[in-house]
Design a protein around this ligand. Structure first.
Ligand code: ZN
Length: 170
């Protein structure tokens, strides 16, 4: 669960609808990583790390979109994760009869969280809103895991209204 929350917060550092970018520069990334316990205070994020973070974030968003049945580029997104995993030396660890993951660097912490969510089966419950303009990440806690919108009142209703308009136009 902690893994899902971390990944959700990471993906939601960009609000596509409001155009708000929390990771606007390397310093902002550094604050985010320290705040989430992924880096020491002394960590200095570089421009290259920021670039990697943004690529990782958008690849994750793409994967999360596929969890609501949207046709997403899961191959391309997986390749991005795979490359970063190789670079960061993602390792599988076996401790006390269970599996865990670790990887170098602050972003390695995000990647390790993805790996453990995939391993424990909670991954499918992390989704990106089906609305094309929204794509906000959320954790689906509904019993049948059928949620498709970040907020039924906002994106869900908007989609319903659009479908209604399309049905009744011409
Ligand atoms: Zn939404």
């Amino acid at each position: 669960m902690e893994s899902l929350e971390l990944i959700r917060d990471f993906v939601n550092t960009a609000d596509l609808e409001d155009g708000e970018e929390k990771l606007a520069d390397a310093r902002a990334l550094q604050y985010w990583l320290v705040f989430h316990g992924l880096a020491e205070l002394s960590h200095r994020a570089t421009g290259a790390e920021l670039e990697e973070a943004l690529a990782l974030r958008e690849a994750l968003r793409e994967l999360l979109r596929s969890h609501t049945g949207v046709e997403a580029d899961t191959d391309g997104a997986s390749a991005v994760l795979d490359e970063i995993a190789a670079e960061r030396g993602l390792r599988i660890r076996f401790v006390s009869g269970s599996v865990s993951f670790d990887a170098g660097g602050a972003l390695g912490g995000v990647l390790a969280a993805v790996a453990s969510a995939m391993a424990d089966g909670s991954w499918e419950r992390l989704k990106a809103c089906r609305s094309d303009t929204c794509r906000w990440a959320f954790i689906d806690n509904a019993r049948n895991h059928s949620r498709q919108w970040c907020d039924m009142k906002v994106c869900g209703n908007r989609a319903k209204a659009r479908a209604f308009r399309e049905r009744h136009s011409g």
